[in-house]
Design a binder for this molecule. Sequence first.
Ligand code: 1CP
Length: 342
Amino acid sequence: MTKLLLRALAGETLPTPPIWMMRQAGRYLPEYRATRAQAGDFLSLCYNPELAAEVTLQPIRRYGFDAAILFADILLVPQALGADLWFVTGEGPRLSTVTSAADLKQLKPADDIDERLSPIYQTLRILSTELPPETTLIGFAGAPWTVATYMIAGRGTKDQGPAHALKDGDRQTFVHLMDLITEATIHYLSRQIEAGAEVVKLFDSWAGSLRGADFDDFALAPARKIIAALKERHPLVPIIAFPREAGDRYAGFAKATGADCVALDNSVPAEWAAEHVQVDGCVQGNLDPRHMVAGGPTLVAEAQRITRSFRGGPHVFNLGHGITPDADPDNVARMIDAVRSA
Ligand code: 1CP
């Protein structure tokens, strides 16, 4: 096993961590903007295997990252389940909402999503043949709670209020929706692995708004269920879990879910995470994406502080969240140099 990312995920402590970035194919890159313009809109780009593979490869060519992440979106699963999905320029995603048992009935069964998602599997097949041999291919899906927050509200929300309201007001409908997304996610990620994904990542971007027993029931338990099902079918494929803004609940998350690696957002001090999270295995993270905008000596100092903090165990260097469209592409090269010379 020579790929650096797979070695770190297997628990190896390396002198230099593998590096990739969330949203590494994105609007901060002029070549991404050009391909996106060629595709038309964002969803057309996601469903065009040739162009989606092209934008996935762009940051690999430019920076030689250790991993490529499939270009797609977590909201393709709700769409495959039958929800309407569209993107409003400058505002973000819009979906038809699911707030009642009657709405749920309109959705498709969890294993009836492949026709819609087949272009995504094709993107992975193209990437498996086109990536350099040292680059690891990552597939992904949204975790059930995060996907449910968009399906219930019909859009992104600051506090996930509508999802909390359904959870607390009509528990049965909420749990049925969570179960449907959980099953669809197991199916989707299995198909991604069969199409060539060597690692899969579960994005729970809104895990931080779940507290106490809700965190156990709706962040931890679904992750455990998805990971157990994938491990049964594909025991050798490592899984990264990203319960964003989980705070002190990051401690023990890997053990409780079976994840091979826990991805940290940038609100978690690296020194704390080395002691309380990395003890259980590999961690990923966690540079504040704002440093990719500002650059300068702070970028170098922060990238090196994080690298050194996690030096005693398995670590994958990444940002704490996606790189933003206003980031300077030159800062990415500076970040990579800083990590490798730490
Ligand atoms: O080109 C554009 O203008 C579209 C911007 C964009 C991009 C590049 C969206 C819309 N999605 C993506 C790609 C994407 N999304 C990837 C590709 C791989 C990568 O480069 O990392 C991944 C992994 C995602 C995952 C995703 N989509 C998440 C989880 C991670 C996170 O950022 O927290 C979420 C919450 C989404 C929903 C989504 N899709 C797009 C937007 C703007 C949003 C957020 C909407 C909101 O909450 O307001």
